[in-house]
Design a protein around this ligand. Sequence first.
Ligand code: NAD
Length: 354
Amino acid sequence: MDSFIYTSRPGRVVFGQGKVKTLPDEVDSLGVSRCLVLCTRQQVFDAKKLTDLLGDRAIGIFDNATMHTPVHITEEALEMAKTQKADSVVSIGGGSTIGLGKAISIRTGLPHICIPTTYAGSEMTPILGETVDGQKTTRSHPDIQPAVVIFDVDLTMSLPVGLSMTSSINAIAHAVEALYAVDTNPVIQMLAADGIRSLAEALPTIRQDPSSVSARTKAQYGAWLCAICLGSTKMALHHKICHVLGGSFNLPHAETHTIVLPHALAYNASSCPQAMEILARALPNSDGDAIKGLNSLLDKLDMPRDLARYGMQEKDIEIGVQHALSNAYSNPREIEEKPLREMIRRCWAGERAV
Ligand code: NAD
């Protein structure tokens, strides 16, 4: 076995159906008593359930969490936290709301309890992406990671099937890149494989029957493991391309990940045989070929395959290539302009990854 470094990231996780009811106990354990609850406009109903649970421990709801964590929205929430004398934040929602919780927490030191309702995985990472005038910057600091995460399957039951599928493939992408990350290690590879396996088993059932509690629980467990992978390793080509294309052409986050993943994998395949082997074992119907297994899963879930449908134009391919080449990042295979261009073209056109 090769030598490696493994850093575990502290953080408390409470997992299980109905566990949202433990929120008041978790708040008390942190020694806080004035929680500002954060949500998007679409999840005010869920946020109200939390304020009912919290009673006097809740000082209000900020309901304007927004995709890509715009700093002017964070400033509005900070103002509310200050005037209401909040001593903690509770975020309920997907990556957008969790991002707002992180942005408040890192600026103020207020502890952050997080209740994820998608599979995107921000809750387990020390990473925060924020936007000012449409420009996204990302930073990482251990204090960004939420103090407590409560995973309760009941809160994911309303997640629309489409978003359930794409945010799960987003989660699988974290684990795939962790398998071949420059700082991967056997512990992370074990978590990645189990995370991918759990999601790949659960998704076809969720697609058929979104009300399946057991499938949703398995998906949430898988997403948690994949999120640990995201928070523990350096992501590579796939995440870079998604960041560049999503940011440059305003493409939807989870859908972009879903379309790019098989192509990024095909680009890297020859340079990471061990990762491909682990992945092939984790994916059903792979017959020992990870790309075949991933294509088969995406077909079964009837996932979108082309970025053109989200407004990316053919002329954008070149802009994407130049942005993707503009700064260095670790990747198992060297980033070469010509194959990169072909890869982005295939993502745009919706051609199959081979
Ligand atoms: P999201 O948070 O943007 O949510 C999308 C929509 O779905 C929102 O309107 C939300 O209110 C709604 N929604 C969420 N859960 C629901 C539920 N259970 N039922 C009904 N509606 C629900 O989507 P996302 O994919 O979770 O997050 C994407 C964002 O998170 C991106 O900005 C991405 O960059 C960020 N992200 C960050 C990290 C990180 O580590 N920093 C990791 C992953 C994603």
